[in-house]
Design a binder for this molecule. Sequence first.
Ligand SMILES: NC(=O)c1ccc[n+]([C@@H]2O[C@H](COP(=O)([O-])OP(=O)(O)OC[C@H]3O[C@@H](n4cnc5c(N)ncnc54)[C@H](OP(=O)(O)O)[C@@H]3O)[C@@H](O)[C@H]2O)c1
Length: 243
Amino acid sequence: MSEIPPIALVTGGGTGIGSACCRSLSAAGFRVGIHYRNSKPGAEALVGELSNAFAIQADLKDPDSIDTMIKILKEEEGRIDVLVNNAGDNRNGPTPSMKLEDYDAVASLTRGTWYLTKLILRRFMLRQKNSRIINITSVVGHTGNRGQSPYTMAKAGLDAFSKSLAKELSGRSILVNSVAPGFIKTDMTDQLPEEIRESILSQIPLERMGTAEEVAEAVVWLATNASYVHGTVIHVNGGMYGG
Ligand SMILES: NC(=O)c1ccc[n+]([C@@H]2O[C@H](COP(=O)([O-])OP(=O)(O)OC[C@H]3O[C@@H](n4cnc5c(N)ncnc54)[C@H](OP(=O)(O)O)[C@@H]3O)[C@@H](O)[C@H]2O)c1
């Protein structure tokens, strides 16, 4: 009889780093829940591509939408073994010019990440054994960055969330960690003006941007092989910051 595969839920799995995490977790033997908000075509294409995956929609800024997603997951899947909190939002600009709405746009996704994690713990992981929570944060939550004050606050807060949960969940066989990417080659970074790309590259000892697959490697390692890594941040940034 074939063994039932563990289930990994990846938020923001329809695009970029989230999609790479879905592919790598699938290759590692997980059934993959590809969460999306607007990127239904990306999520559905990935379901078609992977051998064992499903797509599920929710706006993580809306608690009712998260409640509905949890209800569906409980009814249709029954367990979640790995949660990858990858969804992220950003607003750029100098702090004095930013609006309160810009801050709220970023902070409300952090709130949704907290709420989703709380429900995944309560409804699934606290009743199971051997679960993993992986928060995708950012190097700029450690170094700071011009024009990204709400985003850097949110990402630093998410790293602190990993550390707090790790302490709270002692003895529960649930490992909680962050993966903090540096500058990763995505559609967005491909469109940066040449001088900004040059300035970014000059800060990276490996002299190139990372790939989404290289971030996913760290996620899969935490989801599968890690056993004594808990409450910490794994930096995937080509050497630009070591923690
Ligand atoms: N790219 C980089 O260089 C870099 C560096 C450091 C950290 N990161 C972090 O890595 C993660 C993925 O980024 P990415 O580069 O792959 O960018 P991306 O393609 O723009 O991914 C962002 C994802 O977040 C989801 N999302 C945004 N708001 C949401 C909401 N209200 N509810 C549910 N989902 C929501 C989006 O889903 P939909 O498209 O379905 O709406 C999208 O899939 C983010 O947390 C980002 O901060 C990226």
